[in-house]
Design a binder for this molecule. Sequence first.
Ligand SMILES: C[S@@+](CC[C@H](N)C(=O)[O-])C[C@H]1O[C@@H](n2cnc3c(N)ncnc32)[C@H](O)[C@@H]1O
Length: 319
Amino acid sequence: MKRMIGRLLRQQVRLAKRLVERLDPEPGPYNSINPAFAYASINKTLTTLMSEHRGLYPQYTWGVLQAAHLATTLGIRRISVIEFGVAGGNGLVALERASERAEAESGVQIDVHGFDTGRGLPPPTDFRDLPHLYRPSEYRMDVDELRPRLKRAKLHIGLVADTLKEFFESKPAPIGFASFDLDLYSSTVDAFTIFEQKSHDLTLPRVHCYFDDIMGLSFSEFTGERRAIVEFNAKYERRKIAQIFGLKYFLPSQFSNQQWAEMFYLAHMFDHPLSDRPDGLTLNAQRPLAQHLARSVAPLCVPLTDFVVSYGPSVAALI
Ligand SMILES: C[S@@+](CC[C@H](N)C(=O)[O-])C[C@H]1O[C@@H](n2cnc3c(N)ncnc32)[C@H](O)[C@@H]1O
């Protein structure tokens, strides 16, 4: 009897913890249930997925959810997401899982692509490739071991300068999220050709970008990925890659102190025909004040039936 009560109590504590995670009790305007910003619902989905599925990377899951949200808002039914630099493949597997979940949540079809030489890093060309950090052939991939782990991701093996040409010719769905983990400046410059194409079909008007090699160590705007970004921005007037400032304030509290909150950029395609369309992140900014207030208060009066649907009967029984 004692053991049964103990088990029941532990079960209820676990349920309560998950409930608290889902409610995301941050007081800020973006993390509370505030209908003015889509961040709240995207964050709730992120927290739920992270607590329910092992092996997901929060940064990939957040990036893919944001891309799917933008696509939904713009009425685009299919997108591509990319990992540049696959190596052992754990990241690509995580991207694949995140895409499956985001697809189920959003209804947007998500194609997953991974790019890698298959033979590790190419030799650094000069100081811009940080030769004091990276050695040729580091991070070799075992292609035969990785392939069976992949369900939907397409592997593009070879130098990105070559494989991207074939990728463009295959007329892929517009890119909504890209992770850049090629380490080298020169390789990142080659990968940025995804933002240099004339056709606007290749990307969403804004592409969420995660840069893996910009924090700490000897990284700077004079070398590596950040130099590639600086040069890209100098080259184009109406296409820019810019950091998302203060992202940590817009994330669920358990992620706001994680490094990746400072590693997200948006590639802004200001010349994209859909660039000026509302992106669905601010939902009711134009609404008159009275109506806005009424909507802000409404979610606080969640009927118990809705609560049971959202969180399950055993959690509702707790309150
Ligand atoms: C740090 S590893 C990637 C790690 C991986 N994202 C993960 O999370 O496990 C960098 C990879 O970038 C690849 N790479 C670098 N430059 C490349 C290029 N020009 N073309 C294709 N792959 C490249 C290397 O082969 C290497 O496997």
